[in-house]
Design a protein. Structure first.
Length: 135
């Protein structure tokens, strides 16, 4: 039994789905590269603690990061203690219930963390936590 299949003279390729996929991939890589640039967390080795606790509400905290060179960052911007003091003061003016989280490297000198605590205490920012991992 011989089947006769219809012969198409012209074959068309629908490019719309391929173009959609290319645009989705482009958007994905653009967003992923921006997130990678803004994230300095991979440079910081968080210390471990036997009695580490997860805060009840970790959202809405001002995030400070201190690397192993004792440099303080807010986002990608390196700040001095005076700049940190001015920034926390302006944040406290906008939000009196300001909460601060410090992600400090395990090699950070105690003096640096003490200076951060003193700056916060002088301005009245009393809700301050340090990031740790549970042992």
């Amino acid at each position: 039994m011989k089947l006769k299949l219809p012969v198409k003279s012209e074959v068309e390729v629908n490019m719309a789905p391929m173009i959609d996929m290319v645009f989705l991939l482009l958007i994905f890589f653009m967003v992923a590269s921006v997130v990678k640039e803004l994230d300095k967390k991979e440079d910081i080795e968080i210390p471990t603690a036997k009695y580490a606790k997860v805060p009840d509400d970790p959202k809405g905290r001002l995030m400070l990061q201190v690397d192993n060179q004792n440099k303080i960052y807010i986002g990608l911007q390196e700040v001095t203690l005076d700049e940190l003091k001015a920034l926390i003061d302006s944040e406290l003016a906008a939000n009196p219930d300001l909460r601060i989280q410090v992600r400090a490297d395990e090699l950070v000198h105690y003096k640096t963390t003490k200076d951060i605590m003193i700056v916060c205490a002088e301005l009245g920012a009393t809700d301050l936590i340090y990031s740790t991992f549970e042992e």
